[in-house]
Ligand binder design. Structure first.
Ligand code: ADP
Length: 185
C-alpha cells in the first residue's frame, strides 16, 4: 500500500517548507500544485497561460485545469512508496476526485495534516516571503478563498478519521519534529 500525506492549512502555514523536509526524510515526492502551476507559467505552456490570471488574483484555478495534472502526477513511478500533497485538494470537489482516484490507483491518503497558524502571523510571513502573488490585496483574497473553499475539508477529513491538527505557529524545526513523529508512529 502506498501511503500518502495531505497538507491542509492556509497559505503561509508552512506546507511547502514542511513538505520538502518530510519528503526528503521519507524519500517520497513532494507534490505542490502551486509549484507545478508556477512551472507551467515559466514554461509558457497552455496550462500556465490559462492559470496565470487566477493565480495573480488569488483565486483558485478552475478544477478542470488541475485534476488531469494530479492524476498524471500521482500515476508516475516515483510515487510508489508514497507522496506528499501540498496545495491539493483545495475544495470539496477536488477532495472527492482524489478519493476516487486513490481507489483506482490503489494508493491511500494515510494522514491529513492541518497546519494551524493565526491570520496575522500568516500575513506577516507572506509579506516577508514576497512571491509575485504575495501582495497584501492578494494575500487577503487567498485567505478568504481558503476560509470559503478549503477550510471545509477539515471536517471532510475529520469524518474520515484522518485529520491531525498541528500547531504551525512555532519554529520550523519544532513543526518538523512533530510531523516526523506523526509519520513514524
Ligand atoms: P499558497 O498556499 O501560498 O496560496 P500555492 O503555491 O499552494 O500557495 O498556490 C498558489 C496559487 O496556485 C493559488 O492561489 C491558486 O491560484 C493556485 N493553485 C494551487 N493549487 C491549486 C489547486 N489545487 N486548485 C486550484 N488552484 C490552485
Amino acid at each position: 500500500m502506498k501511503n500518502g500525506l495531505i497538507f491542509l492549512g492556509p497559505p503561509g502555514s508552512g506546507k511547502g517548507t514542511q513538505g520538502q523536509v518530510l519528503a526528503k526524510n521519507l524519500q517520497v515526492p513532494h507534490i505542490s500544485t502551486g509549484d507545478m502551476l508556477r512551472q507551467a507559467i515559466a514554461d509558457k505552456t497552455a496550462l500556465g497561460e490559462q492559470a496565470q490570471s487566477y493565480m495573480d488574483k488569488g483565486e483558485l484555478v478552475p478544477d478542470n485545469l488541475i485534476l488531469d495534472l494530479i492524476r498524471e502526477r500521482l500515476s508516475q513511478d516515483d510515487t510508489k512508496n508514497g507522496w506528499i500533497l501540498d496545495g491539493f485538494p483545495r475544495n470539496v470537489a477536488q477532495a472527492e476526485f482524489l478519493d476516487k482516484l486513490l481507489l483506482t490507483i490503489n494508493h491511500q491518503a494515510k494522514w491529513t495534516v492541518n497546519l494551524e497558524v493565526p491570520d496575522d502571523a500568516i500575513v506577516e510571513r507572506l509579506l516577508l516571503r514576497g512571491r509575485n502573488d504575495d501582495t497584501e490585496v492578494t494575500i487577503r483574497r487567498r485567505l478568504e478563498v481558503y476560509e470559503e473553499q478549503t477550510a471545509p475539508l477539515i471536517s471532510y477529513y475529520q469524518e474520515q478519521g484522518k485529520l491531525h491538527s498541528v500547531d504551525g505557529h512555532q519554529a520550523p524545526e519544532e513543526v518538523a519534529n512533530i510531523l516526523q513523529d506523526l509519520v513514524t508512529a
